[in-house]
Design a protein around this ligand. Structure first.
Ligand code: FPP
Length: 217
């Protein structure tokens, strides 16, 4: 069965750029081109939702030049996107520079009625933060149940996360969708994110389809 929801940890942009003799910041525009290829193939293959880890709560520790490069790529994407994908953001966007918060609100509003595949961009997002935030909402409403808790997670509008793919050779989740990944199939690829293309999506779906999922039963 085709995965309904794939999460991508888009790692290796900086290393890709360095290997090309470029500055690390040049890895992010190249990463956006890869994202466009990946999304387009996911749509063709009938994947309902794609979540991507574009800026973690830990990424604030990066040099300003890198943070600014990521913010610029994402802001330009928000302002120029004219496709038919519904774009949503997960994470604390109120902490971002005003121009970026504005373009995030604008693209979410502009694409909210688009049918088909959802692209969920995790930005200033951390799995632990999201869990703590959901717990806080439950406590403030004085009700704690599995349903109210899951409804308070940033991913509540998305189908269950079937698969997490990390590029760049590292094999860890790095605080990405911790609750949602409980039974996700994990796929680790050695290639760096900017090298990803449509054929990789086909390979990921093929690998996923070969996995036997028992959910502990
Ligand atoms: C980790 O790779 C990746 C990031 C911190 C950000 C990735 C962001 C993009 C590719 C932009 C995507 C655009 C949109 C609109 C969502 P790294 O740079 O840490 O790579 P490294 O492991 O080689 O250092």
């Amino acid at each position: 069965m085709t995965p309904r929801h794939i999460g991508f940890i888009m790692d290796g942009n900086g290393r890709w750029a360095t290997a090309q003799g470029l500055s690390r910041a040049d890895g992010y525009p190249a990463g956006l081109l890869a994202l466009r290829r990946v999304i387009s193939r996911c749509k063709e293959r009938g994947v309902e939702a794609v979540s991507v880890y574009a800026f973690s709560t830990e990424n604030w520790a990066r040099p300003d030049s890198e943070k600014e490069a990521i913010f610029k790529v994402v802001d330009t994407f928000n302002r120029t996107y004219d496709g038919d994908t519904k774009i949503t953001y997960s994470g604390n966007i109120a902490m971002l520079p005003d121009y970026l918060e504005d373009s995030i609100c604008e693209i979410e509003d502009r694409t909210k009625d688009n049918p088909g595949t959802v692209l969920n961009i995790c930005f200033n997002y951390g799995g632990r933060d999201d869990l703590l935030h959901a717990a806080e909402i439950c406590f403030s409403h004085g009700r704690f149940s599995k349903e109210t808790f899951e409804r308070a997670l940033a991913s509540s509008h998305l189908p269950p996360l079937d698969c997490v793919v990390r590029t760049g050779g590292e094999m860890r989740l790095s605080n990405f969708m911790l609750y949602e990944a409980a039974y996700a199939e994990l796929i680790f690829l050695v290639k760096n994110w900017p090298d990803m293309d449509e054929t990789d999506v086909d390979k990921i779906i093929e690998l996923f389809e070969k996995r036997k999922r028992t959910f502990g039963a």
